[in-house]
Design a protein around this ligand. Sequence first.
Ligand code: ADP
Ligand code: MG
Length: 407
Amino acid sequence: MTTWIDAWSRTDGDTRARALFAERFGAEPAGAWSAPGRVNLIGEHTDYNGGLCLPFALPHRTYVAVTPVDSDRIRLISAQEEGVREVDLAAVAPGTVEGWPSYVAGVAWALRQAGHPVRGFDIAVDSCVPYGSGLSSSAALECAVAVALEDLFGLGLAGTDEGRTTLTGICVRAENEIAGANTGGMDQAVSLRGQAGHALELDCLDDSVRQVPFDLTGHDLALLVIDTKAEHSHAGGEYAARRAECERAAELLGVGTLREIGLDGLGDALADLARLTGPEGDGSAVAEVLVRRVRHVVTEIGRVQEFVELLDDGRVDEVGAAMDASHLSLRDDYQVSCRELDLAVDAARSAGALGARMTGGGFGGSAIALVRADEVERVAEAVAAAFDDAGVRAPAFLVATPEGPAA
Ligand code: ADP
Ligand code: MG
């Protein structure tokens, strides 16, 4: 028996959020908005290194029903959380909001910080994006709030890609400064700027994007997402440690971001790092670690370019090798995989997947596998059986197709 996480239709999602609002706040909301979770095809841990990544927006979305109020009071309810919460928007600052309301209040705060005339509101949230599965339920929530507030307060930002880029920055600030999660900008960018039928090639150096046609069904392929349900408590600390290592390596090498090294410069950069941090350099024992981290980031950016070229050539069924190589690099050089992710990837490949890799930050969350469309069920069953044999908690599955952005 395999468990599938189905996406709600937009109508169902809107109806759920509106009904929750009416039930808790005793009135109809002014409107309903939603934003998608995402899956990243390739380009992991590259966003904060000024690199490239290739996410797309999922059919799974977070829905919000909202009514503005004529004060700074925010009242919040979520179908995924207990009770009604209240936050004073005027008092929001880093470290002041506990728990999930920080993602919502953070967006209102960041809009205000940017000079936009945002006031308080009542909000009801419901979502079919699984939490903490590496599919970015946090960005889905922020981006749904962002498009709701920009519409309600007439900010005129969601109508253009430029405005949506501004909203992306707002949501990133909310997550970094108010929710206190030091993530890069990939999740918010794709939730606000992804397009149906396309993967989003995102250049994190300047936030520019290119919509890359990504047609799975035309090639009789499907992208199977395996939610391992694994959550490792050290994930946040490890993420911060990787970011710090990348910053240290860039500083030692005298580059603004690791992106600047490029595949051509990789050999020299790795030799320089080993020298600068080895016995001849400052004597610290970090050389080997930094060499691994830099090798992952630089080769991963190269794999995004390779993947995009294959998609541009219509050779979708040939991207598997880049996915496999990405996983090995994340497992061995960046060291952010875990037993459950490796198990999912190995089992999917043994069952005939064309390629498979962990996706998202790592230490749990989800893996993706590119499979023949008529083999989705069989590969999922094989992965579930491998988890069962290993005595690991059963995973859940979803089939990912690229859908539209926050609206
Ligand atoms: P991910 O983004 O990979 O799903 P995160 O840890 O970044 O995982 O974000 C999950 C957090 O975002 C939740 O713990 C909660 O605080 C908040 N969140 C996401 N979706 C909702 C929701 N539907 N209702 C309330 N809070 C949510
Ligand atoms: Mg998140």
